[in-house]
Design a protein around this ligand. Structure first.
Ligand code: DAH
Length: 345
């Protein structure tokens, strides 16, 4: 075997080595127990004394060359200690403070209100924001000619046609959380005690007290012998828990299609304590929600026997409650994501 030819072959082969695997293959080929170097070494004893000295030295030189080539390649594949130092973290470096966010004030107040009702035994249920016209209106005894049925009082969705035929169910963005009453009462038998937080939509022009999207919490209780006094007791507990023990409450007769009798509920003004100020419009009272005894027509729509069961319902605007509780004078502040506002809660 020509030792010079082997040496040149080594030079060529090492250039092809481009991975740890290839390097190991190269090492075994030349330096392995049955490798080329071993083969060359095995020739030595059969040589004459003079040849042996020269050849022995050449083989030795070749071995050293191979060893250093392998070592160099190995180093080139490993990450240098210097590079490792550059990419690893410096544990002595001062940390970057993470800014902690928190829940939006509307989420906080929604959670707070739901927790109050939850403690009184109510179950929290959610419904879809896209509703059927039936659940939003008809099921709630809101007749066709009712003003809130006007096309412009609600966001109707484009009607889907199936195979040229108009689909029977008209869809819309719900204008209140009351349709969840219909959904729940159709599916579940009394006794029921439910609260429903969620978004609602109305095509109102946006100003300090109106938004095309806002939040409501609906509540209702259905069972045997549920009376108006139960409604009063539950709402008084709720109002005192949110606004403080000292507030007063009054029920003002009102009209809602889905309740009879109906009432709007006021609390004594939290600013002037009922004396009359600019916040309550000199009245001393602030309206916080609508309520009443569930109308027999609603029970008929959902198939609940009006001879056996009665129930009450109420609905409130979350933004309104938050604005009264915290003295916020513009509903738009909730939706502008201005951190100077949000950080105060
Ligand atoms: N759905 C009514 C609204 O959006 C609020 C309301 C009033 C809900 C009286 C009720 C209720 O459940 O009994 O204006």
């Amino acid at each position: 075997m020509d030792i010079h030819a082997v040496s040149s072959q080594i030079d060529l082969d090492i250039q092809q080595v481009d991975s740890f695997e290839a390097l190991e293959e190269f090492r075994l080929r030349y330096l392995g127990r049955k490798g080329i170097l071993a083969e060359l070494t095995s020739v030595i004893p059969s040589l004459s004394k003079e040849e042996r000295a020269v050849f022995g030295q050449q083989v030795n030189a070749l071995k050293n060359k191979l060893l250093s080539l392998v070592e160099d390649k190995q180093k080139s594949f490993s990450v240098s200690p210097e590079k490792r130092r550059r990419t690893s973290s410096d544990l002595g470096m001062p940390g970057l403070a993470q800014e902690l966010g928190h829940l939006h004030p509307l989420t906080q107040i929604t959670d707070e209100i739901c927790a109050i009702f939850s403690r009184m035994g109510f179950t929290i249920v959610e419904g879809p924001e896209i509703e059927t016209e039936y659940n939003n209106f008809t099921g709630l005894n809101i007749p066709l000619e009712h003003p809130s049925r006007e096309a412009f009082d609600t966001f109707y969705l484009k009607e889907k046609t199936e195979g040229g035929k108009q689909k029977t169910e008209k869809l819309l963005l719900r204008s209140h959380t009351s349709p969840v009453q219909v959904r729940v009462m159709k599916k579940h038998k009394p006794p029921l005690a439910i609260v429903v937080p969620g978004r609602v939509y109305r095509p109102d022009a946006v100003d300090a007290s109106h938004s095309f999207m806002f939040h409501q919490i609906e509540g209702f209780m259905v069972g045997k012998d549920i009376k108006f006094s139960d409604l009063k007791g539950i709402l008084a507990m709720f109002a005192k828990a949110v606004f403080g023990e000292e507030i007063k409450m009054r029920f003002r007769p009102h009209f809602f299609p889905f309740t009879e009798p109906s009432a709007e509920v006021d609390i004594s003004c939290i600013i002037c304590k009922g004396q009359g100020c600019s916040v309550c419009g000199r009245k001393g009272w602030l309206e916080i929600l609508g309520s009443g005894m569930i109308h027999p027509n609603v029970f008929k729509q959902v198939g609940i026997d009006t001879k056996q069961y009665t129930g009450f319902a109420f609905g409130m605007g979350v933004e309104r409650i938050a604005m009264l509780k915290y003295g916020i004078n513009d509903i738009r502040l909730f939706f502008e994501n201005d951190l100077r506002f949000l950080r105060q809660f």
